[in-house]
Design a protein around this ligand. Sequence first.
Ligand code: PHE
Length: 324
Amino acid sequence: MEPQYTSLVQILKEKLDTCKTENELLKIKADFLGKNGLITKEFANIRDALDKKYTGQQLNLLKTQAETLIKDSLSKILNSQIYDNAIDVSLPGRNISNGTRHPISLTINNISNIFRGYGFRIEQGNEIETEFYNFEALNIPPNHPARDMHDTFYIDTKKLLRTHTSSVQIHSMMRTGAPIKIIAPGKVYRCDSDPTHSPMFHQLEGLYIDKEINFCHLKGILEKFIADYFQKRIETRFRPSYFPFTEPSAELDIKFRGEWLEVLGCGMVHDNVLKNVGINTKQYSGFAFGLGIERFAMLKFDIRDLRSFYENDMSFLKQFRGLS
Ligand code: PHE
């Protein structure tokens, strides 16, 4: 191309390089290709040229090149506007993050499902109880320390927050009589608060009353439950204990990391309790147990501090994602 045309292209390129907006670009286009544009003017000079045909060809080349450069710049500017102002449809969508089940709920579901497999029905109870259901009917004498204001949250002289799920035993037996085979998970309350005790925690009660139910059934079912829950063979031992509502009573210990750990209370339902709910003790007998959900969750998930369950710390809770 003729040197003066090449330098025109050079000038155009420099202008386009610094051009940022569509309006600026249209101005540049007019300066070069408009009615009085630099290139347009060159066309007017053809008539003075020595070789009109050659000059004409050269000018057409120049014009096409200028048009291409301008067009490219325009699409560059328009593209950058899309990124600046408009929605980028290629961006991935925003995630809706689903909640995760709380480890306490996971443990309640897990344990409930195991007992459902043994034919236990799930029973719901009340968190607010009377002394009758929480103590009296369960053969807990009036002077028993658990009845003390220091141990129990009283709402008024008659009502209290249940201190254990054993109160559900009474409701269920009074409602349906024997035979009965239920579990009852839920919240319980005690005036207690330190690193290993929370004023609210969770228990799961079990009750099985039928003809000829004896201590062997109690041992068999609870040993099977421990194996099913931990999904491995675990050494267990039944240690004699005392609860007013069971006779005999025992505590179940499991061997965990080389140490004996107490995991639940149990026993054969006391005759007085059966009589209190009108069940014939000559015909029926049975066992009951109560376990702490937090303790079972801590052992399964290797959680060392009870308080982690109640702090709503997302980084703690998210670890249970995907478990059911
Ligand atoms: N209610 C007892 C407790 O809270 C546990 C238990 C339930 C013991 C049923 C025996 C039978 O410690």
